[in-house]
Design a protein around this ligand. Structure first.
Ligand SMILES: *Cc1c(COP(=O)(O)O)cnc(C)c1O
Length: 392
C-alpha cells in the first residue's frame, strides 16, 4: 500500500461483523474479564496492545498505535498526553546520571529547557551541536554518550540536519538517534529508513490537525522499544481515548491536508522572498535555502510552517505587522487548518539566530493562499510605510 491508501486503512479492523467506519471510543479504567485466569493471562502480556487496565490503553489507543507503527515503519509505538511528555520520556529513557547527550542546537525550546533543567540537574552532560554538522558529529561522541537528539528542520529557524550521516556515526558508536518528526510527519519523512531509532511526534500538530487535542506519539524500532515503553509505563502516562480517536480521525486526511499546506506555504514563501520588506525566508523547500539539497534528498515534502526574517530589526514595528494581519491567528502551536503568526525568539548557544531583522514564524493553513498573500501584502505595506516615516 502507498501512503495515501495506508492512511485510510491503518488502524481499522475490518472484521466480519457490521461496524462503524471509525473505531469506537473505548473509555475505560477497569477492564472486566470473564475469569481470573483470563485477567492474569492478560497481565503477562504487558505492552502488546492487550486489554488489561485503562492506563495501558484501550482498543482506541491500540488502533492509533498500530496505525502509526505501520505508517512510519517502526516496531512499536505508544501514546502520551502531549508531545513534550513524549520528548521528556524518550530522553529520560536514555540519558542516565553520568551519561552524555548530544542535542541539536536548533531544537524546540521546551526540549532544550528539559535538557538544561531536569537532565543537567540529575547529572547528565549535554552538548549542543550545529544543525549542519553532518559526519562531524563523530568527533563529539564520547565513551559515555547515550544518544543523539535531532529535530529536522530546526524549530523556528528551519535548518536541515543530515540525519543519515548522523545515524551512521551513531551506529558506529552503538548509540540511538532520537528524532522529533513533528514538522514532516511520517507522510513526508521516513524516519526509520533514514536511520532514526526513535521517532517522536507532537500529534497535537498535524496528526490531530484541528487544534483541539493535546497528544504525543513515540514510534520505536525493535532495539529501542522495550527501553522506551518501560519508561513511559513506569511514569504512568495514559492518553485519553477521546484524544486518540481525534488523532486517528486526523490521520485519514493527513495526506490531503499536508499537500495543501505544502503547496500554499511554498507559494507564500516564494512570494515573500521577492518582497522588499523581507531579508530572508527560512524554508528548506526553497532552492535558496542552505538545507535545500538535504531536504530534497531525504524528505518527500514540506509542511506549512516556515520562518521569515524581516529587514527591520524594530520589534515594535514587527508586532504591529503581526497584529494587523486578518487571516493569521496569534497563538501557540500549529498544524491545524488555520494560519498563525508569532515572533519567536529561540535560544541558540552554538549558532546565533538571524542577525539583523526580526524573525516571524508563519503557519500556513488551508485558506485560499491568495487571501493570505493579500493579507501579508497589506501588513508589509504598513510596515514599509512606518519605516519610511521614521526615516523621513
Ligand atoms: C509543539 C511541539 C512539541 C510539543 O508538543 P505538545 O503537544 O505541545 O507538548 C514538540 N516538538 C515540536 C517540534 C513542536 O513544535
Amino acid at each position: 500500500m502507498r501512503k495515501d491508501t495506508s492512511l485510510i486503512h491503518l488502524g481499522r479492523d475490518h472484521g466480519d461483523n457490521p461496524t462503524s467506519v471509525n473505531p469506537p471510543v473505548m473509555r475505560a479504567s477497569t477492564i472486566l474479564f470473564p475469569t481470573l485466569e483470563a485477567y492474569e493471562e492478560a497481565g503477562a502480556r504487558k505492552y502488546t496492545n492487550t486489554l488489561r487496565y485503562g492506563r495501558h490503553g484501550t482498543s482506541t489507543s491500540f488502533a492509533l498505535q498500530e496505525a502509526m507503527t505501520k505508517l512510519e515503519g517502526g516496531y512499536g509505538s505508544c501514546v502520551l498526553p502531549s508531545g513534550l511528555a513524549a520528548i521528556a520520556s524518550v530522553l529520560t529513557a536514555f540519558a542516565k546520571p553520568g551519561s552524555h547527550l548530544l542535542v541539536c542546537d536548533t531544537v524546540y525550546g521546551p526540549t532544550r529547557a528539559f535538557c538544561d533543567g531536569h537532565l543537567r540537574s540529575i547529572g547528565v552532560e549535554v552538548t549542543y551541536f550545529a544543525a549542519g554538522i553532518c559526519d562531524g558529529i563523530a568527533e563529539l561522541i564520547r565513551p559515555n554518550s547515550c544518544a543523539i537528539y535531532c529535530e529536522a528542520p530546526g524549530s523556528c529557524t528551519f535548518e536541515m540536519q543530515d540525519i543519515p550521516a548522523i545515524s551512521k556515526a551513531a551506529r558506529a558508536a552503538g548509540i540511538p538517534v532520537l528524532h522529533d518528526n513533528t514538522w514532516a510527519t511520517p507522510y513526508y519523512f521516513d524516519s526509520f529508513a533514514k536511520g532514526v531509532d526513535v521517532s517522536i511526534h507532537a500529534a497535537t500538530k498535524y496528526i490531530v490537525g484541528h487544534s483541539d487535542a493535546m497528544l504525543g506519539i513515540v514510534v520505536c524500532n525493535e532495539a529501542t522499544w522495550q527501553t522506551v515503553r518501560g519508561v513511559v509505563g513506569a511514569f504512568g502516562y495514559a492518553a485519553s481515548a477521546d484524544d486518540c480517536y481525534l488523532a486517528l480521525r486526523g490521520l485519514r486526511t493527513l495526506g490531503l491536508r499536508l499537500q495543501r499546506h505544502q503547496e500554499s506555504a511554498l507559494k507564500l514563501a516564494s512570494w515573500l522572498e521577492g518582497h522588499e520588506a523581507v531579508a530572508r525566508v527560512l524554508h528548506p523547500g526553497l532552492p535558496s535555502n542552505a538545507g535545500h539539497a538535504i531536504w530534497k534528498r531525504d524528505f518527500t515534502g514540506a509542511s506549512g510552517l516556515f520562518g521569515v526574517v524581516l529587514k527591520t530589526g524594530d520589534r515594535a514595528a514587527a508586532t504591529a505587522f503581526a497584529n494587523s494581519l486578518e487571516h493569521f491567528g496569534i497563538g501557540s502551536s500549529w498544524g491545524g487548518y488555520e494560519s498563525l503568526v508569532t515572533l519567536p525568539q529561540p535560544t541558540r548557544t552554538i549558532e546565533p539566530v538571524s542577525p539583523g531583522g526580526v524573525l516571524v514564524r508563519l503557519h500556513v493553513g488551508l485558506e485560499d493562499p491568495e487571501d493570505l498573500i493579500e493579507d501579508l501584502d497589506r501588513g508589509l505595506a504598513l510596515l514599509l510605510d512606518r519605516s519610511a516615516k521614521q526615516a523621513g
